[in-house]
Write a protein that binds this ligand. Sequence first.
Ligand SMILES: Cc1cc2nc3c(=O)[nH]c(=O)nc-3n(C[C@H](O)[C@H](O)[C@H](O)COP(=O)(O)OP(=O)(O)OC[C@H]3O[C@@H](n4cnc5c(N)ncnc54)[C@H](O)[C@@H]3O)c2cc1C
Length: 397
Amino acid sequence: MKLYDVAVIGGGPAGSYTAYKLAGMGYGVVVLEAKARLGERVCCTGLIGRECVSTFGIDDKVILKWANSAKLFSPSGRLLRVWRQEPQACVVDRAAFDMAIVSRAQGEGAEYLLSSQVRGVTVGEDRVKIEATRQGEKLDLDARAVVIATGFGSRLAEGLGLGKFGDLVTGAQAEVETTGVDEVEVYFGQDIAPGFFAWLVPTSSPRARVGLLSRLNPGHYLRKLMSSLLAQGKVVLAEAELSYGGIPLKPLARTYGQRVIVVGSAAGQVKPTTGGGIYYGLICADIAANNLHRALASDALTAKNLANYEREWKGKLGRELKRGYRARKFYERLSDQQIDRLFDIIKSSGIDEALLSEEDLSFDWHAEAVLRLLAHKAISKAIGVMKIPFRADKIVY
Ligand SMILES: Cc1cc2nc3c(=O)[nH]c(=O)nc-3n(C[C@H](O)[C@H](O)[C@H](O)COP(=O)(O)OP(=O)(O)OC[C@H]3O[C@@H](n4cnc5c(N)ncnc54)[C@H](O)[C@@H]3O)c2cc1C
């Protein structure tokens, strides 16, 4: 049987980017993807930051719209408008975005096997055995190493003893038609998206993606939000098909093992503040490919050797994920009145303007922005009055 260097399970952004990098280094790479068509039926708003676009050379053709502002609405409807001269983020066509990375991987020689659902992974002394079903037929493959890039919901990593996500949330989304809403809108409130937030993101006029995150009953809250947007005259079609997706809020206990690396949402490499996972998944895919390259080149694919992958990605993202998670838990404890109060203080003290003028704060890195927000005298005083303890430096998972 043919022995591939690397089998990547999952042809989403994280899997395909890892495949692209490794195939470009000359390794024999196969990507197994359960779907018959790549990029289809993806529940994602497709919002990524400018830094992601430039770091990973994202093609203009997959970008539907750039955004340089957003309107944030408090539970009682107070408005904060955040704005910068330069576009901060863009919305991508997720199917085209995924396909663009697939084309890069294929261009480097990665082989794609679609309609191939991986059912089992067995790690042996000198190889990994992959059992899949392809269009109803059994498919067995051998590779020197495996990359699990299955997104949320697969149990392959857990089956290899790498643990489960410590916390998660469900996202719900629908495509709607707006009456000319041209800016991203974000809605906060316990009756809108308890503990989280909801959004309306214009894509190609007059279309928009409306969605939210919630631990409980996201479909119920999304239908309610769509009715409210319809009543406000912001959308014209309230009857739309809802799609759902899980989002990890904490990483897996372990993201590597002998001959195994887990990357992207499957590893929990997601911003705990917003649930955005595309950029962090790509960053970690890059780190995964470099570490696998070293291990493959020296034929030393032990867990000990691959541990450096986790050290490296945690070195880059660990602080962000921990602080973001702590900020998330803090936010989840706020009542609507407290959120309204914070909106008032931010606006009256000009904290929004001050933070927006700080060039080093960006769409993709939230820990520092949260720290600076909370360090502001008026905010920390209000939090003291609310009696909700928050020490961003004291974070325990
Ligand atoms: C409602 C919602 C909105 C979101 N909005 C944003 C956003 O605006 N910006 C952002 O950055 N992130 C967003 N995300 C998160 C983002 O979608 C994910 O972080 C991202 O898709 C993760 O990429 P990935 O490559 O790790 O996994 P995925 O994109 O999930 O790809 C995994 C692939 O693996 C395949 N697969 C799974 N199991 C198997 C198997 N056993 N065998 C073979 N193939 C398998 C799947 O079919 C899939 O194609 C959102 C998520 C939700 C739910």
